[in-house]
Design a protein around this ligand. Sequence first.
Ligand SMILES: [Zn+2]
Length: 275
Amino acid sequence: MQLIRAHWAVENRLHWRRDVTLGEDRCGVRFPPVAQMLAVLNTVVLSLMDFHRVANVARQIRHFASHPDEALDWALDFCDRGGNTSVQSQMVNSRRTCSKEKEQGEPMRKKKRYAQAVKRIMRPEITHCLECQRKLQRCVTISDRMIIPLKQVIRLVHCGYRCPHPDCSGRKTLYRSAEADALALAGLTFGWDIVLFVGQRRLREHQTVDEIHQSLLEQLTPLDQTISRREILFLFEASSALLRAGTEVTHDEGGKEQVRKNKGIVLSIDGIQKD
Ligand SMILES: [Zn+2]
């Protein structure tokens, strides 16, 4: 039993992470020295993940894609505790210099900036309880987060409302703002328009990921924002999932019939799985 468990632990912890999460199976490199070097780098990445007890490597990699400074901190922390090759000590030294600068009050490196963010407080469009018609009351902040559409950076405070009457049958219904939900997918900082922009550029204009990356960077520069190449890939996946869902709806006769009965109103669309 233990042997079997140990075998699957190796499969899951090592092989799956290497082959799928780090993409070794998809990797087209055939020149042995380069393949060997990539394998060593992947091993270093996985060791770092284990060192920091990361449960979900894929999620951590996505996080680092938008916070590269944190990834560097991890690597430097590892060097601090471990070896002292010339490159490592150089990195550690430069980090110490940075820390000194920080202590002296000078900025170490540019932090994520949202100086241009416009604060928007959004409340449900429905103001009265659908069951008892009483005025709804604010009960929770559903989210307080930054959203980056193409035109402006928004700090969105999304307020949830409920019916205040304890005996109302609709008391448990949480009312949300449809407009706030329409700004961005749950879990994504970039707005819907950027998701669609990436999908269109890729599928309609056949641009490469690098071309899309470049043109998005140019558009985001006035907003003082950046986007990583990996985030473009993630956004393309999101737009493809939407496209697939849309195609399924087109061929769903039962669903279309229901929409006709509802006089054109689609009552709900399921979201995209985050992981
Ligand atoms: Zn009510």
